[in-house]
Design a binder for this molecule. Structure first.
Ligand SMILES: [Zn+2]
Length: 200
């Protein structure tokens, strides 16, 4: 069986300190969900700077900087950045994105002055909050697994309610997909699912 949820954990991931996250990571590794090698490999991939060589040298940029000079200009700009998300400061999963969106400025948006490095999470949050006005601490996919492994709900219904309580606003289908992890681990005999008549 999976290591049971810790008793004294802060209810909200916003209140977790580094030790809490370390415990969760070790729990996932000790239970054989992932290996140190997989975690390290995943993190290294996330540290690799974004692929600006193509995305920031398109015809629109060439129009501003000149066909033969765009790549050099772009790398000058790129190396002058500090390599962290402008919003949250992480080095992980950086993406180059417009400061003023293309929706507003059209082709005019494609100048290096109007480009910033944001992490994937902040980028997603920016778009989602635009639509829904709500912010969650983790990205949806991370939150779905955080809820599953930290709260370890015993029925789909319980999982669904925890997801809603967390602030996830998307369609139930995402919760049903996330619940597959519980079903898979249950089949392996390491996750406890209780019989539930009226959940599905
Ligand atoms: Zn960020």
């Amino acid at each position: 069986m999976l290591t049971p949820p810790q008793e004294d954990l802060p209810n909200s991931d916003r209140d977790w300190n580094e030790q809490h996250w370390k415990n969760l990571l070790e729990m996932l590794i000790e239970n054989g969900l992932v290996s140190y090698k997989e975690v390290a490999s995943h993190v290294l991939g996330g540290l690799n700077p974004p692929q600006v060589g193509t995305s920031l040298t398109t015809a629109n940029f060439q129009r501003v900087y000149g066909k033969g000079k765009t790549m050099r200009k772009m790398f000058e700009w790129f190396y002058a950045q500090d390599g962290v998300c402008r919003n949250c400061g992480t080095r992980l999963d950086l993406q180059a994105d417009h400061v003023n969106p293309r929706i507003k400025l059209k082709e005019e948006a494609d100048t290096l002055d109007n480009i910033q490095l944001l992490c994937r999470r902040c980028n997603v949050v920016r778009r989602e909050s635009h639509k829904q006005g709500g912010l969650t601490f983790l990205t949806t996919q991370s939150a779905l697994m955080w809820i599953l492994f930290v709260k370890q709900p015993k029925t789909y219904k319980e999982y669904h309610d925890l997801c809603r309580e967390y602030g996830l606003t998307m369609a139930n289908i995402r919760f049903q997909e996330g619940w597959a992890m519980a079903e898979w681990l249950h089949k392996q005999g390491i996750y406890n699912i209780e019989d539930e008549r009226n959940a599905h």
